[in-house]
Design a protein around this ligand. Structure first.
Ligand SMILES: C[S@@+](CC[C@H](N)C(=O)[O-])C[C@H]1O[C@@H](n2cnc3c(N)ncnc32)[C@H](O)[C@@H]1O
Length: 268
């Protein structure tokens, strides 16, 4: 059976190391800007699935705008924290929580969604193409997938500039697993290929942390967090910097035909 990664036992480290730092602020600002710019504007509340949603930092913001959210996660610890945060923000009415693997969700059980968020989950799952196929089946035709994944190319470049050549020679496989190092970093070309085979059209693409993690020997005073985030936003969609991002964010739109692409060739 293909492996998943449950965040029970990792949730505090994750919260502290990511959302307690500039790394988390860059992530949230790039995602917020991208979703605001790329999703079609409309007055209808959206039905949103936060797949592997953790505490739901992005879905909480969307719920506050009036949308409804189903948040699914393998980790009871992450879900407990999500419930606490959602209650504190008075958003409980807009949230449903599912404790279990995304791969077990079916349209028959929970219906289809206008928008699926899947942020920083793909790299923790062994069968990545299979996970994307599950998400595709849960989207309505014309719906959107906001997919953010750990970029193997960014990991390789980071290892090179840090002189970590043993790790490069080991094909980026660590001798000892580290708590917050994902097991299956993703190549953007592979992810694009899986999405295209499912019939998705990619409408937008950004890098997340395109230079922050490579900064060293800064001349003069270190930039303020706000100045740094602004520079990250500015360079996040410009090549070649975009593809050096430690994460990639893509907004992919599901084919709005009811015929699946694999079946299309068999139509008369
Ligand atoms: C790095 S955290 C990201 C959480 C959240 N999406 C965010 O961006 O803050 C990855 C989350 O995915 C969950 N996860 C990993 N594989 C999963 C699966 N197959 N089904 C459901 N949740 C999964 C983990 O338990 C963890 O909470």
């Amino acid at each position: 059976m293909a492996r998943n990664t449950n965040f029970d036992g990792k949730s505090r480290t994750f919260s502290r190391n990511i959302y307690g730092t500039t790394k988390g602020q860059i992530r949230l600002r790039v995602l917020a800007r991208d979703l605001a710019e790329w999703l079609p504007s409309g007055n209808q509340p959206l039905r949103i699935l936060d797949a592997g949603g953790g505490f739901g930092p992005v879905s909480q913001r969307l719920a506050a705008e009036g949308h409804s959210v189903v948040l699914c996660d393998l980790s009871a610890e992450m879900l407990d924290e999500a419930r606490t945060q959602v209650a504190e923000k008075d958003l409980t009415e807009q949230f449903d929580f599912i404790h279990g693997p995304i791969q077990s969700l079916t349209e028959a059980d929970i219906g289809r969604f206008d928008l699926i968020l899947c942020h920083a989950v793909l790299e923790w799952v062994e069968d990545q193409a299979g996970l994307l196929a599950t998400l595709n089946a849960l989207l309505r035709p014309g719906g959107h997938l906001s997919l953010m994944y750990y970029n193997r190319d960014g990991l390789l470049y980071h290892s090179l500039v840090k002189g970590n050549f043993d790790y490069v020679h080991a094909n980026l496989v660590r001798k000892r697993r580290q708590k917050l190092t994902p097991g299956w970093p993703c190549r953007p070309a592979d992810v694009d290929d899986w999405l295209h085979k499912l019939g998705f059209v990619i409408n937008g693409r950004s890098g997340v942390r395109v230079f922050h993690d490579y900064m060293s020997n800064v001349h003069g005073p270190f930039p303020t967090e706000e100045a740094l985030i602004e520079m990250e936003l500015t360079h996040s969609r410009i090549e070649p910097f975009m593809h050096l991002g430690r994460y990639m964010h893509v907004l992919a739109q599901k084919n709005d035909q009811t015929v699946m692409p694999a079946q299309a060739g068999t139509q008369g």
